[in-house]
Every structure is written in C-alpha cells, then in structure tokens.
Ligand binder design. Structure first.
Ligand SMILES: [Zn+2]
Length: 365
C-alpha cells in the first residue's frame, strides 16, 4: 500500500525539484568505476545538470565529481558504493542525491556532506548505516529523506532541525523508540516507521498537522496513544503488531502521595489559589493535572494513574486499542463505558467520529 502512495508523492516532489535540463545517462553500462575517460571534457561538464550512473558496479565517487559544478541531480543507486569523496561538497547546486542499494555505512559520507545546503532529496535506503548520518540534520532544505532498510538504532532529537521535511522513511531499521522532537516536523505528510522494534510512540505525533500516511506495521506496539486518532490521517497501517485484543485487567497502581491527594482535592473542590501565594513548583504541579477519562468520574490525577486499554471502532471494521488513564482502581469497576462504541459521553468520541470520516484506510491484518 505504502509503495503507491510514497511513489506518487516522491515522483511529484522529484519533478518539482528537477526541471528539464541537460542530462548525462550512463546507467546500466557495466561500469566498474567512475567513468573518468568516457566523460565529456572538463569545460563541458559544467553544463551537466543530471548525471545518471545507477545500476553499475562503481565502488566510490572520486574527486573528479567536483568538475560537475552545476550538477542538480546525481543518481548512483544500485552500485557497490562504499565511499563518497569529500569533493562532493563543492556541488552547491546539488538538490537530489540518490544512492539507494549500495554498501554505504557510518564512515562512507564525508563530514563536509553537511555543506550541501541545496539538497532537498536524499535517498540512502538499502545501505548499511547503523546511525542516522549526523550530516543530514544540517541540511535545512531537505524535503524528502529515505533511510529505509538500513540498521539504524536511534533517531537523534536534532532531527527537528529538518523543518521542511515532507517525507521521512525509516522503515525496516532497528529503531526501539522515536524522539518527541519528531512531533516538531510540521511539514511531514508521510512518515514510515514500519518494520522496526517500536514499543510505543510519542504523544507529540499529534502535532503533525499535515500528516496523511503513517506506517507502523511490523513493530512491537501493544497499544496506541489515544491522540493518534486526532491526526488527520488518510492511511494508517498497523498489521503485524502485538496489539492487545482484549481488555487488560492486570493494572499496576502506586498509592498516591500526600501531595497528589491534596492536589486532587484542590482541583476537585475548585479550591481557589493563585501563583503569588504558592511556590512556583506547586502551582506548576497543580497545572499539570490530567483528567480521568471515565466520564462519570470528573476526577483528576497527577502521577498516580491506572492504565487501561480502550477499544475504539475504526471504519466500522476494526477496533483499535488506545492506551488511556484513569484516576483510581474504582474507576475501572463499571465496565460498560470502557467498551468503546457504546460510550457516547467520552471525550474521545467526538474526535473519533471525525477521524472515522477522514480515515480512508486502516490496515490491521
Ligand atoms: Zn476517575
């Protein structure tokens, strides 16, 4: 499913990046090295805007690359590439660097790769990176970034500097978590996190107001943050996750502290207070109160909470397990309101109806 959606988006973006200009196609020529001899004379290399070398057997991009001073797109995908010479960083017009399905690892890209400030499209999928290449976070014009099918374990929080990013593909890696900062990538429309080792997702994903497609299949997710249903998604894929299928009764609950109990009473009884009378830390604490999700409770909690899984209907076919919190064990005694669709009072219900209307596809199995 994602392939169609992603390809359409990337083609559109690609054609936006690339206009008609002089191109040199040396793809599928059985080349075992960068074709220095067959290339045009140095002075005419300046006219080349697009250089296609994909599907050859080239092991490295040599210093000579600097003679293509006006290159806009370089396609070296499907080679045996393991090294990129630092002269690539002189290509100040380069907007697209396509190097998928090679042998690139953490040491392959030069440190100076972060000087390629015109880059908008980078495809490093199908390589051997175990770290997110740190140079990439310094490329402020990046719109499309493919890093799928590598062995990346963590995503740096500095990823939020890629403020123009529209497509982020991190599928088929070894990610165990996603930093909260991903929620600051306001222009993201496609986020692929499929085939990783994710146990949970940050709540901050709710801030991704332009997100249309979220791929989460083949992870280790048992529940989803309830906020996920308020993202204006058109596609959500969830198959191959250990999503819980029935209500979980084994709850852990720590007895609330005296501070928590006093806070709850102040909130519940609307005891007036103002920040001049209270120490700063206490007023901040009181402001951090969370509403219990049981609509019949009206209670609040601070840190002592009961986890419960609420099932909600999606597209009339699926029930999604959302992780929500209650203020005390007694709140979970009356079960009927927990059963999702019968719960018309729940705050979740309003945006669920809206989400159902928008969501075109939910892929669970
Ligand atoms: Zn409650």
């Amino acid at each position: 499913m994602d392939a169609t959606f992603n390809n359409a988006a990337s083609e559109e973006a690609s054609s936006r990046v690339l206009n008609l200009f002089e191109s040199l196609d040396l793809s599928r020529k059985q080349l075992s090295e960068f074709p220095e001899k067959t290339l045009p004379a140095e002075e005419s290399r300046h006219h080349v805007r697009k250089l296609d070398l994909h599907h050859n057997h080239i092991g490295f991009i040599p210093q000579t690359i600097e003679s293509f001073a006006n290159l806009v797109e370089l396609n070296v995908s499907n080679n045996g590439l393991s090294h990129v010479s630092e002269e690539i960083s002189t290509l100040q017009c380069l907007q697209a660097f396509k190097a998928k399905n090679n042998c690139l690892d953490n040491d392959s890209l030069p440190k100076t790769f972060d000087q390629l400030h015109a880059l908008q499209y980078v495809d490093l999928g199908g390589n051997s990176f175990t770290e997110f290449p740190p140079q990439l976070v310094h490329l402020p014009n990046m719109q499309i970034l493919y890093l799928g099918s590598n062995k990346i374990r963590t995503l740096p929080s500095s990823v939020d500097s890629l403020q123009r990013l529209e497509v982020l593909n991190l599928g088929d890696n070894l990610l165990e978590s996603i930093p909260e900062e991903v929620g600051s990538l306001h222009n993201l429309t496609i986020l692929n996190l499929a085939s990783n080792r994710l146990h949970s997702l940050p709540k901050t994903l709710i801030r991704l107001g332009k997100l249309k497609s979220l791929s989460l299949h083949s992870n280790r997710l048992a529940t989803l943050p309830p906020e996920i249903v308020s993202i204006r998604l058109e596609e959500l894929s969830l198959r191959n996750n250990p999503l819980v299928v029935k209500f979980i009764q084994s709850m852990t609950y720590d007895v609330p502290s005296l501070l928590e109990l006093s806070g709850r009473v102040i909130k519940l009884a609307h005891v007036p207070y103002n920040s001049k009378e209270l120490p700063n830390c206490l007023s901040q604490y009181l402001q951090s109160a969370n509403k219990c999700v049981n609509p019949r409770c009206k209670g609040v909690f601070f840190t002592a909470k009961i986890e419960h899984v609420k099932f909600v209907d999606f597209c009339g076919k699926y029930k999604l397990p959302l992780l929500q919190y209650l203020c005390s064990p007694s709140c979970s005694d009356k079960r009927p309101w927990l059963e999702g669709s019968s719960d018309s009072e729940s705050e979740t219900e309003g945006y669920m109806i809206e989400a159902k209307r928008r969501m075109k596809r939910v892929l669970l199995g």
